[in-house]
Design a protein around this ligand. Structure first.
Ligand code: ZN
Length: 437
């Protein structure tokens, strides 16, 4: 448990990071992505990788790099009625360059707004179809546009044979066995989805760097979908060997906690998350695995089958402001991010306990009475005899403890919680009966 001064300091740092990164215009490629990763390098030693445009990655091709300097729509009086400098959401991401005069009739199909959320600028993209468009609030649409209007539109964007940028941090532990922690950073000024996830991942990584870990961690910051696909293609063998991890997204809203299960609901990553929630005393909504969602779609595909869970606070699709300008720093708070960070940290601690033990002598049964482990008539010798310390549990644990079955798998087979096995393993280690494999 962190003390209050430490927590306050982290909350302050999270706030600073949110404010610094929020205004940057990000997309699936471009300089905004590099700027974001460079800022994160002040928190963690991220390696920045570049995958060139045009490279084939499985069924996909890395697109040309997109950068934008400015964009606006002017009315006949020359007034800017839509201005990219005021919000980077005003331009459909990956819009091609344009400079022309258009009638309302010609322009209207390229204007995106939400009648049901009149104050919000929606977030739209056109990554794989060359197109352009503007997004604006329905209020502005009604105020500034009319059927007889003439408009001057300008998008100063550029496509180039550049690259797709990825951030990677490998944290080696005692075991080479890796957990994956992945987040996506391709959204422009949107706070919960997914700047909150980017910031949380950086601070979680910093915690992991400060401690000695049993396992290794592969932490990646990627543009959603194409970035995950490219990263998998570039690291296929390693990714195939990863059993589980997290996709960190939407962690800072004011709503209820939730978590999206990994593809196998009985997998220990899900048990770890549920235990973490229980221990922290937070209620949560459980979203079963679904093929819609984030980069678990790639990581869980048949070639990889990595079980990735997501712990959220206002999960994507579930909140009204999703993919609009109202998903901003008034909606997300540094305190909410910190609260989700505590659950992630606890879940990681539980994963850290998921070690492999082996018997120091695997042959035949251990002579329990010699080690003071055999319950005597009238009561067991362990503090919780009859429960976990019962003869059955001792015998089952020592039977299953073969160096190849992890603690969580043993817990699953014994139908007990993993963290309740930990005192038993500590005792067996102390008595020299088992050791870490
Ligand atoms: Zn999104």
């Amino acid at each position: 448990m962190k003390n209050k001064a430490v927590t306050d300091q982290i909350i302050k740092e999270i706030d600073g990071c949110l404010r610094r990164l929020f205004p940057i215009c990000r997309s699936i490629t471009g300089n905004g992505n590099r700027e974001t990763l460079r800022a994160l390098q002040e928190i963690i030693p991220l390696k920045i990788l570049e995958y060139p445009s045009g490279r084939h990655v499985y069924d996909w091709v890395i697109p040309r790099e997109w950068n934008i300097r400015d964009a606006w729509i002017k009315n006949t009086r020359g007034e800017k009625i839509v201005d990219f400098q005021k919000s980077n959401l005003h331009v459909v991401s990956y819009s091609s360059p344009v400079y022309q005069k258009l009638s309302f009739e010609e322009l209207k199909g390229r204007l995106y707004y939400r009648e049901d959320l009149p104050a919000a600028i929606p977030y739209r993209t056109s990554y794989y179809k060359e197109d352009w468009g503007f997004c604006l609030s329905y209020e502005d649409y009604q105020k500034y546009f009319n059927e007889n209007g003439e408009y001057e539109v300008f998008i100063d964007s550029e496509f180039s044979d550049g690259s797709l940028t990825v951030g990677e941090l490998l944290i080696p532990g005692k075991s080479a066995r890796e957990y994956l922690i992945s987040t996506y950073f391709c959204h422009p000024s949107l706070a919960n989805d997914n700047l909150s996830g980017v910031v949380l991942t950086a601070f979680l990584a910093r915690e992991l760097l400060k401690q000695k870990n049993n396992f290794s961690y592969r932490i990646v910051f990627i543009p959603e979908t194409i970035g995950a696909i490219a990263y998998c293609a570039e690291n296929e063998d390693i990714m195939k060997s990863i059993d589980c991890g997290f996709v960190v997204t939407c962690v800072g809203g004011p709503g209820k906690f939730g978590y999206k299960q990994s593809l196998d609901p009985g997998h220990y990553i899900n048990k770890a998350v549920e235990s973490a929630f229980r221990e922290v005393g937070e209620d949560f909504i459980c979203y079963p695995f679904d093929i819609h969602g984030s980069d678990e779609r790639q990581y869980s595909s048949p070639g990889f089958r990595i079980n990735t869970a997501s712990i959220c606070r206002d999960k994507y699709y579930e909140y009204d402001y999703y993919h609009t300008s109202l998903d901003n720093l008034a909606f997300v708070s540094e305190r909410h991010i910190d609260s989700t960070l505590s659950i992630y940290s606890r879940a990681v601690e539980i994963l850290e306990q998921n070690v492999f033990y082996e018997r120091t002598n695997p042959f035949c049964e251990v002579m329990l009475s010699k080690h003071d482990l055999y319950p005597k008539t009238g009561g067991g010798l362990l503090p919780n005899a009859g429960g976990l310390g019962s003869l059955d549990n001792i015998l089952w644990f020592l039977f299953l403890c073969d160096g190849k079955t992890s603690l969580s798998e043993i817990a699953c087979k014994m139908n007990v919680e993993m963290e309740t096995l930990v005192p038993l393993t500590d005792l067996f280690v102390e008595k020299g009966i088992i050791r870490q494999a």
